[in-house]
Design a protein around this ligand. Structure first.
Ligand code: C5P
Length: 412
């Protein structure tokens, strides 16, 4: 059984504070112990009883309460992770300056736990040179900054500054925690090791149109690709996601290009590849597409009892990117196979990495039988990673986030 970790959630005074409740809830449901520190301003936006009920712990605000327990340092000392969501421009400035004029500031200074912050403010405040300089300071200290995304703000306006969606903040936070745990206490490994790296990831499954309403598709949900994007983001990389028909939400702070078919993915990946240091092709791409797409809906009255489809081969995106790679560019492919014999599975992987010409190939078994699916659409995955010589360089099983981190360890 996994042991509960202690996550301190700091909530500062912005309207996005109402979404912090979902973040606290997700950590609690994940089995972690959550302690909320809300600033006075945060409590103008969200009520203490709500936060206490959801976190299942008292919520602290006042620096001068619990003095005999030395609360201003004990909470920080006991934390495995501190997440500040939302982090306002003011709280970011205080963090950059190391101010400790409230309980949250004291807690952060007294803690050696990794820190994840989710900025939320209006675009003008996010772009203000003071905020830009403060965020640069925080990044240089190894603090993980999730978002902000681009989208609707509080009023009628839109732009950069919208707090990243709670699901992504939680996923990135758990990725930071997992890495810290696997590296051992006090290790510096949660420090973003992919800072400055530009990572291009494809995710999801392509759909090949038959007519305006029908397509040939596959069962890929995009979960592994999105987990890779979130984990790379947590490790400081600049991430571009080329997403085909995802069943999971797209993080708003990750540059995302939405595509549907293999040809669209081919175009998007080819365009983005030049600006990438690392390319990960996690998408399930259709090998064939219908030769012609019917203009109107195919009608059984017109077709009769059997319908034959003529399919033509799609470009192999991974093989093309590998052949055209820029010097120093690292390329990782996936091999989703239904082979049940472990040795045969590896043999297929070894042949595939030669054909594809990539640096690493992530081999996993997928299948769908009697309603149960392996690999595709599930929360967990089990993979073996091969290098160009066909040697096993890594084996990982567990949540798609932990598998993502094992894959990213190859490029760290
Ligand atoms: O050939 P196969 O589909 O098994 O290869 C899987 C790998 O190749 C995956 O990384 C997938 O994203 C990629 N692929 C591709 N273009 C295709 C088919 C697969 O890039 N047309």
């Amino acid at each position: 059984m996994k042991t509960a970790r202690t996550i301190v959630v700091g909530i500062t005074g912005g309207i996005a504070a109402y979404k912090a409740v979902s973040i606290v809830r997700a950590f609690v449901l994940n089995g972690d112990s959550v302690h909320v520190i809300a600033t006075e301003a945060a409590l103008r936006f969200v009520g203490k009883p709500t936060l206490e009920a959801i976190s299942r712990n008292p919520v602290h605000t006042d620096l001068y309460e619990g003095v005999s327990e030395v609360r201003h340092v004990t909470i920080g000392q006991g934390a495995d992770l501190i997440v500040i969501a939302p982090a306002t421009a003011n709280s970011i400035a205080k963090l950059a300056a190391g101010l400790a004029d409230d309980l949250l500031g004291n807690t952060i200074l007294a803690s050696t736990a990794p820190l994840v912050i989710a900025p939320a403010m209006h675009t003008e405040m996010w772009n203000n040179p003071a905020t830009v300089a403060n965020v640069t300071v925080l990044r240089s200290r190894g603090i993980t900054i999730v978002g902000p995304g681009v989208g609707r703000l509080t009023g009628t306006d839109s732009g950069a500054g919208r707090m990243e969606e709670p699901e992504t903040i939680v996923a990135v936070s758990l990725a930071v925690l997992d890495r810290q745990a696997s590296a051992g206490e006090g290790a510096a490994s949660a420090v973003p090791d992919l800072a400055g790296r530009r990572v291009l990831i494809s995710a999801g499954g392509t759909r090949e149109a038959l007519d305006p309403v029908r397509f040939l598709g596959n069962r890929s949900s995009g979960k592994q690709g999105v987990a890779l994007a979130q984990a790379a983001l947590a490790r400081g990389a600049t991430v571009t996601l080329v997403a085909a028909n995802l069943e999971v939400p797209v993080p708003t702070s990750i540059t995302t290009v939405l595509v549907s078919s293999a040809l669209e993915m081919h175009e998007a990946m080819s365009l983005a590849a030049a600006a990438a240091d690392v390319i990960i092709m996690a998408a399930a791409v259709a090998d064939y597409r219908p030769k012609t797409v019917q203009r109107g809906k195919i009608k059984k009255e017109d077709v009769g009892d059997t319908l034959s489809l003529e399919l033509v081969k799609n470009p192999d995106i991974l093989a093309g990117l590998s052949a055209a790679r820029a010097p120093g560019q690292l390329i990782i492919g996936f091999a989703a196979e239904t082979e049940t014999d472990a040795e045969q599975l590896l043999a297929l992987g070894r042949a595939k990495i030669v054909r594809k010409g990539c640096d690493y190939l992530v081999v996993n078994r997928v299948g769908h039988a009697s309603g149960s699916t392996v690999g595709f659409g599930t929360e967990r995955n089990a993979v073996t990673v091969l290098d160009r010589h066909g040697d096993i360089v890594n084996e990982a099983s567990g949540s798609k986030m932990s598998v993502a981190n094992c894959i990213l360890d190859l490029i760290g």
